[in-house]
Structure formats: structure tokens, C-alpha cells
Design a protein around this ligand. Structure first.
Ligand code: ZN
Length: 163
């Protein structure tokens, strides 16, 4: 029986809930999520929680913010002029944009609120500061190919990849 350890390609079905029990995201009814275990493809707390478990198991994994999408840094919330965004885009809360941080590295910002002249953005991930409650069902576990290990992520069922 295949168990989860570093270098395995793992397929999971998951349902993610917040502290309030409301579903944030789920793979149920769709295709399972494939990831390379030990490569940081998924949040660290979930990866840790799945370690050593076997195909067919169902388990609950609770992930604290620091092991999930990080604690929420209030300095990441900023007001920027509306002109900083493309004119032809209808800005809405929840939309994400690529941006550059002060060091010139590329980062992602999320729109929190749209005002007349200004837009409130958050550089924190929308799930930062949240405790994550995952209900997991382990659908498949297999050895990664050399190519997958070298790339640090799973490839498709026929060995091809899309990048
Ligand atoms: Zn690849």
C-alpha cells in the first residue's frame, strides 16, 4: 500500500472550511488535486498533516494561519489611485492583479474595496490570518517520475506538461 512521503505524487479530494464552517473551496464533484509531496506545492500545515497517511484514508487537518497562508500583516492593506489599474477593467472586490513590491519582485494584490478615486488593496493572501479546516480524502499515491522531481510539481496522466 502506498503511503505519503517525500517524492510521492498525491491526489486528494478536499473541502476547505473556515472557523465558521462555511466552505471556502472544494474539489468534490470535480477532479482531485495532484501535488508533489515535500515540494511546497500545498500549504505547509496540510503537507505535514498528510505525511505518512495511505491511499483511501479520510482525515481532517486543521492548519493554523502560520502554517497556512501566513498571518495577516496590516501593512499590506493600502489605498492606491484608481488610475493605477487598467481603465477598461471593472474593478471588483476579490479580483487579483500582478504587481511589483518595493524590492521590485513580482507579487499579487487583491482588491478589497473600490471607492470613487481610490482602491483599497491587500497584499496578504485572502486566506492570511485564517485557520484552515481541511476534510481530505486520499484518492491516489504514486512515485514521482524523475522529471516531476526535477520540476518540483506533478505532470499530467500521460506524462506531458503544460508549461
Ligand atoms: Zn514540469
Amino acid at each position: 500500500m502506498q503511503t505519503i512521503s517525500k517524492g510521492k505524487i498525491v491526489s486528494i479530494h478536499y473541502t476547505l472550511r473556515g472557523d465558521d464552517g462555511v466552505v471556502i473551496d472544494s474539489s468534490e464533484g470535480g477532479t482531485p488535486l495532484d501535488y508533489l509531496h515535500g515540494a511546497g506545492n500545498i500549504v505547509p500545515g496540510l503537507e505535514k498533516g498528510l505525511d505518512g497517511h495511505a491511499v483511501g484514508e479520510k482525515l481532517e487537518v486543521k492548519v493554523a494561519p502560520a502554517d497556512g497562508y501566513g498571518v495577516h500583516d496590516p501593512r499590506g492593506v493600502q489605498r492606491v489611485p484608481r488610475q493605477a489599474f487598467p481603465e477598461d477593467v471593472d474593478l471588483e472586490p476579490g479580483m487579483q492583479f500582478g504587481a511589483e513590491d518595493p524590492q521590485g519582485d513580482s507579487t499579487t494584490v487583491w482588491i478589497v474595496k473600490v471607492e470613487d478615486e481610490q482602491v483599497v488593496i491587500d497584499m496578504n493572501h485572502p486566506l492570511a490570518g485564517k485557520t484552515l479546516h481541511f476534510a481530505i480524502s486520499i484518492a491516489a499515491v504514486r512515485d514521482a517520475t524523475k522529471e516531476e522531481v526535477a520540476h518540483g510539481h506533478p505532470h499530467g496522466p500521460h506524462g506531458h506538461h503544460h508549461h
